[in-house]
Design a protein around this ligand. Structure first.
Ligand code: DAH
Length: 360
């Protein structure tokens, strides 16, 4: 057998023997690569006499073409075999349950849910949202809200005081959202219709109190805003929030330094079988404080009480969340226990709306 014929037999045998694409590539490099056996033969052509070159050249090139073709054919076969092997190995059981994505597994905290519900309800009544800082001046948290200096009402709030600053001013962690009323009246011209949801702080901790909790404040200032409007707004809110068609409310006289007259509001409920239900029954449950904004507060915020009047209310967001969703212990709200959140949390893409439903 000539040298060329035995090389051809060798190379073609290696091509056939290559078990996978990587092995085939090794065969290709060994034959046709820069230092390959066939490339080496081609390199000898330059040194041959013209006649010899003509015959040898044609023969070597024919060998090269044959090997190239064999490589390509083998490659197709190996590729198909590799795909076949993958298809056999990587079976998919389409009857398995779909894996839950992080977006599906995540949960909205009930407080965030209730804040979104409040925003949806009050936006529908023409209210916008106002916010203020958690660290507040004594002036905005108390003085401008008509708390007399050294009045026991300041102590009533179990206030967290910060260390005095360079000017001797002692800031506080706001004890209620009412200072946002002050900030709003100082910066906006009436008519004003805002709700102010946010964090509040008092030195207190038990099953229904935590040192940090949440309130929502409501404020309406206009020339004729009156108690009738306040009652209507609160009634509409309670019906929408507790998702009932009717709810009785009871207004009891009370005291807050920043309102006159001041009231506490109870709503009708039933406590049958240890379960609390709203819009039915003969029991009452206190849910908020409210009143007409005190003329001193209007004056302290640059509004003339002979021209403007208004009403305000404040309530605990955590408390109404506990009532609506039947969560017995407030402390669990702040423990970041994923099991609790999975049970009581809300699906992230279900945005509360009056049309689409608040909580479903
Ligand atoms: N700020 C009061 C509190 O934390 C709640 C409150 C009562 C707010 C009456 C009001 C209101 O705006 O009118 O106890």
């Amino acid at each position: 057998m000539s040298e060329l014929a035995s090389l051809e037999a060798d190379v073609l045998a290696s091509v056939e023997a290559a078990a996978d694409e990587a092995a085939l590539e090794t065969v290709r490099v060994a034959a046709l690569g820069k230092k390959g056996s066939i490339s080496a033969l081609l390199a000898t052509l330059g040194k041959m006499a013209p006649d010899e070159r003509k015959t040898q050249g044609a023969a070597i090139n024919a060998l090269k073409d044959k090997v190239t073709e064999a490589l390509a054919a083998r490659k197709v076969i190996l590729k198909e075999a590799a795909l076949e092997a993958r298809l056999v190995a990587e079976t998919v059981d389409v009857t398995l349950p779909v894996r839950v994505t992080p977006l599906e597994a995540g949960r909205i905290h009930p407080i965030t849910q209730v804040m979104d519900e409040l925003a949806a309800i009050f936006a529908d009544l023409g209210f916008s949202i106002a916010e203020g800082p958690d660290i507040e001046s004594d002036d905005y948290n108390f003085t401008k809200l008509n708390f007399p200096p050294d009045h026991p009402a300041r102590e009533m709030h179990d206030t967290f005081f910060l260390m005095p600053d360079a000017k001797g001013e002692r800031k506080v962690l706001r004890t209620h959202t009412s200072p946002v009323q002050v900030r709003t009246m100082l910066t906006q011209k009436p008519p004003i219709r805002v709700i102010c949801p946010g964090r509040t702080y008092r030195c207190d901790s038990d099953q229904t109190h935590t040192p940090m909790f949440h309130q929502v404040e409501g404020l309406v200032i206009d020339k004729q805003a009156n108690l009738g409007h306040l009652k209507w707004v609160l009634e509409e809110f309670c019906k929408a929030f507790f998702e009932v068609s009717d709810v009785k409310m009871r207004f009891r006289p009370s005291f807050f330094p920043f309102t006159e007259p001041s009231m506490e509001v109870d709503i009708q409920c039933s406590r049958k079988g240890g379960e609390i239900r709203f819009g039915e029954g003969d029991d009452w449950l206190e849910i908020l404080g409210c009143g007409m904004v005190h003329p001193n507060v209007l004056r302290n915020c640059g509004l003339d009480p002979d021209v403007y009047q208004g009403f305000a209310w404040g309530m605990g967001i955590d408390r109404i969340a506990m009532l609506k969703y039947g969560m017995p212990d407030l402390r669990a709200f702040f423990e970041a226990d994923v099991r609790w959140l999975t049970h009581y949390g809300f699906r992230p893409l279900d945005m509360p709306s009056l049309i689409g439903g608040l909580s479903s």
